[in-house]
Design a protein around this ligand. Structure first.
Ligand code: PSU
Ligand code: MN
Length: 284
């Protein structure tokens, strides 16, 4: 049987601007196929969980207004509503696990937000990865987050964060955060060995892949853009589920499109790495 790779859909509906979102969703699916696996983009439509959106559903997720952002707490209400929902990493790992899919790809996971000591804003992604046997291939966590606290939270939850060709946590658009990782691999076969061992414990892990060198941003540039985006969000009083989409949009606007180019490049690369890991994980 062909190896499967789950892809999240919040990045399509809420993480990227049109028309880049649909082009990127298709490019990620293509990257998975080119690496010898089958993509399964996950979403909610017409009252059911969809594991493997077709071309028409990808278009709806990219172009319809008012698509719900579905994290764990939203799965049941959006199923019941019969509406269209784009799944976050948290909801995607839950649904992938339910469908027996071992690997998913995304850009960056959610995590502990800056100022979390006041807001208590910690993404459900962290607990979901700990609780479901899915290997999440990503470029670390978004730069707008508090990365040291995110890494601490993952450690507390027992989630291995394995650098893929790196000793440091990637920071999304930036190849390195300066935060050392406890574990490293240098190829898909080694990543698959760790993933198999962790998934057999019924729990998930993060394979952290740095953004492609030619499109990555410097830490100083990205940090400046992130600080401006955060200040804007604070002034606008953005809270809750709206915070991440708002920050990503503001970052894009504050970086002359470089954040967007980096975001697309890393999403496609991560999809390809996920496919390679999934192929290595097949038994036999
Ligand atoms: N990374 C991106 N774009 C995104 C997200 C992450 O490059 O749109 C989404 C993912 O779906 C992730 C979610 O699971 O943001 C986290 O949202 P929150 O912080 O509200 O849990
Ligand atoms: Mn949140």
């Amino acid at each position: 049987m062909t190896a499967l790779v789950a892809l999240e859909s919040t990045v399509i509906s809420h993480g990227l601007p049109r028309p880049t979102n649909l082009e990127t969703a298709r490019a990620c699916e293509r990257a998975v196929r080119d690496a010898g696996a089958e993509p399964r983009t996950i979403a909610i439509a017409d009252g059911r969980v969809v594991v493997g959106a077709d071309a028409a559903l990808l278009e709806r997720l990219a172009n319809e207004d008012g698509v719900a952002k579905v994290s764990l707490r939203d799965i049941a209400p959006i199923l019941a509503s019969g509406g269209l929902g784009a799944t976050t990493v948290a909801a995607t790992v839950a649904m992938a696990a339910g469908a027996g899919i071992a690997v998913m790809a995304t850009g960056g996971i959610g995590g502990v937000h800056r100022g979390a000591e006041r807001s208590w804003d910690v993404s459900a992604d962290l607990g979901a990865i700990a609780a479901h046997p899915v290997c999440v291939v990503c470029s670390g966590a978004k730069l707008v987050l508090d990365l040291p606290k995110t890494l601490e939270a993952l450690e507390t939850l027992g989630v291995p964060v394995v650098g893929f060709g790196t000793d440091e946590l990637p920071a999304f658009y930036v190849r390195s955060s300066g935060l050392p990782l406890a574990h490293r691999v240098d190829d898909a076969a080694a990543a698959a060995r760790i993933a198999r061992a962790q998934l057999s414990r019924g729990r998930g892990l993060v394979i952290a892949v740095p953004a492609p060198e030619e499109h990555a941003m410097s830490r100083a540039d990205a940090e400046r853009a992130a600080e401006r985006a955060l200040a804007e969000a604070e002034r606008a009083g953005v809270r809750g589920a709206a915070v991440t989409p708002y920050l990503l949009r503001a970052l894009g606007e504050r970086s002359d499109g470089r954040a967007l180019t980096a975001n697309v490049a890393l999403l496609v690369r991560n999809a390809a790495v996920a496919a390679a890991v999934a192929a290595e994980m097949r038994p036999g």
